[in-house]
Design a protein around this ligand. Structure first.
Ligand SMILES: *Cc1c(COP(=O)(O)O)cnc(C)c1O
Length: 449
């Protein structure tokens, strides 16, 4: 197809199949049924038969899931909490739900201030850039091959804000190179330094970095999209107590709530700019059903966070060790594999990340390709690594011995090159034994093995 005829960035073949499906329907009612059927196919497959090891995914509790379709989600409620702050009348109970959510978020994150209106963590990052920078300012952030995320790079919100972005230097072992950072930071005097890692194995030197920035009033911003639940559960570093002035994070990653964003901070002088950047700048209607679900997920975090998050980390460590033992090299092996929910495997010997991820998916083991140190940014489509996360398998009640089983499935596909159909049958059988969600008020803790 000639370039000038291509109108879609999306896969044209997938769109064509959808269009043909709609053409075959006898009317809009059948079209709606096709949508529902596709959702049900996903629930039957990904929801019941797959080992979902995507690091940014988490299953939600029955109450959280039910609240996402609650009546309150049909109500208009833009603005700040309180009758005079809103445009609309009739928000009495909406204010109550939102205030409960905000107070629960503060407790779960041990912070003085929080915002609950971010429909995505990426929007939270744009709110931080809106509040704390001016176009043309210099910031520093982590490049993608070292685990950085587009939201803090030229191709995301930081770029949209017109910021000049300088790389935080990393060592080949994925650690911030503090000596090199000091040199670059003292030369560039960035207004803000963002620590935001989509590939995240070990704590970051927040304290040391914030001290380097202090002489010119530079600030540290921790984008904890991935680690937010670990932070709340006390199983990771605590950025707001280690020099970061603001913390953002995804509610749908380790936090295990409804997909959306959270922002928290402690300094009163940041309250006005950050809150103003949320409304009226970036969020109007903010999905009050989602806010209610977020509030319950924060209560779950208070009740189960420490034990749930500790099990996520110990499962990741067990999975890393088990993969390494079976001949799949794991990044960070020398340092104990990981202190988060993630395991990063180097699968360059097994066809690279793209092919490995798709081969594993045929056996119902869902992971994603990932750039790893040594890859170039241009290799984004065919990187050497595989990112594996333990959030969902943990919430389904799995423990260390089950990580051995999962590593065994992966090695049978990648190392032993067994026919995927045989592994698939065993994966479906194994997953069939884990269908309940734990670390929630409905089901409590998983039974001891
Ligand atoms: C996932 C991620 C985000 C975006 O989070 P969403 O809630 O999906 O918008 C931002 N920053 C980092 C480092 C991430 O990994």
């Amino acid at each position: 197809m000639a370039t000038e005829q291509r109108l879609e960035v999306h896969d044209p073949r997938t769109l064509l199949v959808a269009s043909q499906l709609l053409d075959a329907c006898r009317g809009p009612r059948e079209m709606a049924q096709e949508v529902v059927a596709a959702v049900e196919r996903n629930a039957a497959w990904r929801g019941r038969q797959c080992l979902n090891l995507l690091a940014p995914e988490a299953p939600t509790s029955p109450t959280v899931r039910a609240l996402l379709s609650a009546e309150i989600g049909t109500r208009a409620a833009e603005g700040h909490i309180g009758a005079v702050n809103r445009w609309f009348a009739g928000t009495r109970y909406i204010d109550e739900v939102e205030a409960l959510c905000m107070e629960l978020l503060k407790r779960a994150l041990r912070a003085d201030y929080a915002d609950h209106r971010l429909c995505a963590s990426m929007i939270g990052n744009l709110a931080v850039y809106t509040a704390l920078t001016q176009p043309g300012d210099t910031i520093m952030s982590a490049p993608q091959p070292m685990g950085g995320h587009s939201s803090n790079r030229p191709d995301g919100p930081a770029g949209v804000r017109g910021l000049r972005i300088v790389d935080i230097p990393f060592t080949p072992e994925l650690e911030v190179d503090l000596a090199a950072f000091r040199l670059v930071a003292e030369r560039e005097r960035p207004r803000l330094v963002t620590l935001g890692m989509s590939m995240t194995l070990f704590p970051l030197p927040c304290k040391e970095m914030s001290e380097i920035l202090a002489p010119w009033g530079g600030r540290l911003f921790f984008d904890g999209a991935h680690q937010l639940g670990l932070i709340a559960g006390g199983q990771f570093q605590d950025p707001l107590r280690e020099g970061a002035c603001v913390l953002t994070g995804s509610a749908g990653k380790t936090w295990s709530g409804p997909q959306s964003g959270i922002m928290a901070w402690n300094a009163p002088e940041l309250t006005e700019p950050l809150t103003h950047a949320v409304f009226p700048v970036l969020a109007a209607t903010h999905q009050v059903n989602r806010v209610a679900a977020l509030a319950v997920s924060a209560a779950e975090m208070l009740a189960f966070g420490p034990v749930y998050m500790a099990q996520i980390v110990s499962n990741a460590q067990a999975l890393g060790a088990a993969l390494q033992r079976r001949g799949v090299p794991v990044v960070g092996a020398r340092r104990g594999f990981t202190r988060t929910h993630q395991v990063i495997a180097d699968v360059s010997a097994f066809g690279g990340g793209l092919d490995a991820a798709h081969l594993l998916a045929r056996a119902n083991v869902i992971t994603n390709k990932n750039l790893i140190p040594g890859d170039t940014p241009e290799q984004w489509d065919r990187p050497s690594g595989l990112r594996i996360g333990t959030i969902e398998v943990t919430r389904l009640g799995m423990r260390g011995a089950d990580m051995e089983t999962i590593a065994g499935f992966m090695a049978r596909v990648l190392v032993e090159q067994e026919p995927v159909e045989r592994v698939l049958a065993d994966v479906v059988d194994f997953r069939g034994r884990f269908q309940e969600i734990y670390y929630c008020f409905e089901n409590g803790l998983p039974r001891e093995a």
